[in-house]
Design a protein around this ligand. Structure first.
Ligand SMILES: C[S@@+](CC[C@H](N)C(=O)[O-])C[C@H]1O[C@@H](n2cnc3c(N)ncnc32)[C@H](O)[C@@H]1O
Length: 291
């Protein structure tokens, strides 16, 4: 029988061993993920006491549990349609606003080029922020009329280490347009073991940082765009609301927020803060929701 005390004890040990505060996640989700680890260790469902012993003594189990809880799956240009809308609509809109003539009538040139600031929140091993960097390089062309700055954060050291290397296997690139792979990656080796290294000048557009979005303020303010995809879905409403407050405060007045395809922003609580810009792709604009 599940005892509430052993469950709570396990959550405290999980926080200690993995840095993840499961009280912020919705409970059925946490129980499902924990049970997957219990089963892999030959325990009966809800045998939290048994699992506490394993987690407390087997070093590698903390990593297994972390992976089970965070599901850090990602790919370059995952959800092709969303990336197409960013490329053809959202980013050009942001860039056009950056390039508005200043009071003296002059457009910003390379010397005084304005920054286009983006935060990829919950970036996993870097595929999402690097996809952004590739798009920004494509859109900037030779004109250099803006300076792209992509801040990418995640709570997981191992994912961030992989991101910093900028080297990926073919599976990470399976959803990337072939022309981008050819233009921005150097192939290392052959066959199924081949790796792909991102071009250093594109890689340098992304700044990675360890960051727990529940405990820390946004890593920057005055942002033009925030991506927080496939991160939100597991959290309790209060946790989501707190994070949305952080995003709202960090965005410029005309900034955009992109969530994962199956993630819904709670418009009841955020009606006066965000409006749905593209409902299929879960793209929100900062501002009042009309209607
Ligand atoms: C499924 S991945 C999403 C990757 C990428 N955004 C995408 O959609 O392709 C979720 C990521 O959120 C991160 N994450 C979970 N809780 C976090 C927290 N409290 N603070 C920062 N990152 C967190 C995980 O480590 C994981 O890398």
């Amino acid at each position: 029988m599940e005892s509430k005390t052993s469950f709570e004890k396990l959550l405290a040990l999980t926080l200690d061993k993995t840095g993840l505060d499961c009280r912020k996640y919705n409970e059925p989700y946490i129980k499902r993920r924990l049970n997957s680890r219990l089963l892999s260790n030959g325990l009966a469902p809800a045998d939290y006491e048994g699992y506490i012993k394993i987690l407390g003594t087997v070093r590698a189990e903390a990593r297994e549990l972390y992976n089970a809880l965070t599901v850090n799956v990602t790919q370059f240009f995952r959800d092709a349609k969303m990336w197409e809308i960013l490329r053809t609509d959202v980013l050009p809109k942001i860039i056009a606003k950056l390039q508005r003539p200043a009071a003296n009538g002059k457009r910003p040139g390379p010397a005084g080029a304005p920054a286009l600031n983006i935060w990829s929140c919950g970036c996993s091993s870097g595929e999402e922020p690097y996809s952004l960097a590739i798009l920004l390089r494509e859109l900037a062309g030779a004109r250099q009329s803006f300076v792209p700055v992509v801040i990418a954060t995640d709570i997981d050291d191992l994912s961030l280490e992989k991101a910093a290397s900028g080297i990926y296997g073919a599976a990470s690139l399976a959803t990337a347009p072939a022309e981008y792979v050819a233009r921005y990656f150097k192939r290392i080796g052959d066959g199924p073991e081949a790796k792909f290294e991102l071009e250093p000048s594109v890689k340098s557009l992304v700044r990675f940082r360890k960051h727990n979005f529940f405990d820390e303020p946004a890593p920057a303010s005055g942002l033009d765009l925030i991506l927080c995809r496939n991160v939100f879905i597991y959290f309790k409403t209060e946790s989501k609301d707190k994070l949305l407050q952080t995003f709202h405060a960090a965005l410029k007045d005309d900034g955009f927020l992109v969530m994962g395809k199956s993630e819904v922003l709670f418009t009841a609580n955020f009606k006066d803060k965000f409006f749905l810009y593209n409902s299929d792709e879960r793209i929100y604009g900062k501002g009042e929701c009309h209607g």
